[in-house]
Design a binder for this molecule. Sequence first.
Ligand code: HOZ
Length: 425
Amino acid sequence: MNRSSQLFKRACQVIPGGVNSPVRAFRNVGGEPFFVQSAQGSHITDVDGRELIDYVGTWGPAILGHAPQTVLQAVHQAINHGLGFGIPTPAEVDMAETIVSWVPSVQKVRMVNSGTEATMSAIRLARGYTHRSKILKFEGCYHGHVDSLLVSAGSGALTFGEPDSAGVPREFAQLTLTVPYNDQEAVSQVFAQYGNDIATVIVEPYPGNAGFYLPRNGFLEFLRSITEQYDSLLIFDEVMTGFRVAPGGVQQIHGISPDLTCMGKIIGGGLPVGAFGGRSDIMDCISPLGPVYQAGTLSGNPVAMEAGLAQLHELKRLDGYARLEQLGALLEEGMKQAMQSSGHSFTFYRSGSMFGLFFTEAPVYNLQDALKADKCLYKKYFWSMLEQGIYMAPSPFETGFISLAHTEEDIEATCRAAEKVFKSL
Ligand code: HOZ
């Protein structure tokens, strides 16, 4: 038995399912997870000494690659001053100013500790601001494990075929309306029926938790206009796409100003951080200025702030987004060529350094389309790629991430491996 298996056996005795987050259990590809010893740049090494080219990237945060010197140095420097104080520090102001200057619609921002906390707080704020109770979300969009958002959710919730988690009271779920992503007609109908009760529409502007796919032309713009028409708020959950597809996220690419934005992952530089921000008049409804309560002992933790700031500054210094686009285009081209030469034309989507591969030839516009992709083929693909030293997401319902530490050689090796795998399918 190798060390990963031994550890997993021990873990299963004392941790539910042996993991601290369900997707890590590899249930959707079968088999057992490997345990990581260390990670550097674009590679991770497992406890059995196997080195892999990594396209999970800590599920998004590792945009510079693993353990970048500049972030490690910032962390080392920060810890010399202490680990956290529960009282304001200068780094929080620097972080807030940085976010406000990068994300076009954000005028004020509050730091939290995870993406889940960000969406939970943004929903409460939207309800408090509008004095309405219903929210509208999209099937297959995942916004963390917030009660009211675990309805038709993606990611781990999809993997287990339990879109509605046990423990979420039906009464809560009834306040959450769901419609298919990219379906303007369905959104219009829901607004026609419930419009004056809808506090907010929350959306992953580029969904990344049922695989990765994109909005139809005009869909996000339509969400902006219908929410304005009904005085509902529009929340962009840019926990994955923020600071990733462009410095200012999807909203910058499309020139749309959501009322609130949820953020996380990259801004923590690898440490646990989330944030939500938006229009000042809405954000000022939060305690201590307003009646919407929100708090956190570790929020704005100085070590996490310095790690995140170092990562953001380095991205800017390196002109990271141009390079990520280059690498992304190389991967896309290589994967498409690999499909062609093996006689397949699976569906591949990409924006910058985020990508998704669906084992179907049909386009994917929503959850139902994504579910039509062949899960057995994904499973074979995952394990065959792993055998060749490439770590793709251990579920078809996740997104692939490229980092600045990936090299042309990494990408070429990946496409060569994919070609072999596609031929074997
Ligand atoms: N919810 C994350 C994927 N969309 C997975 C987080 C994790 O397992 O670390």
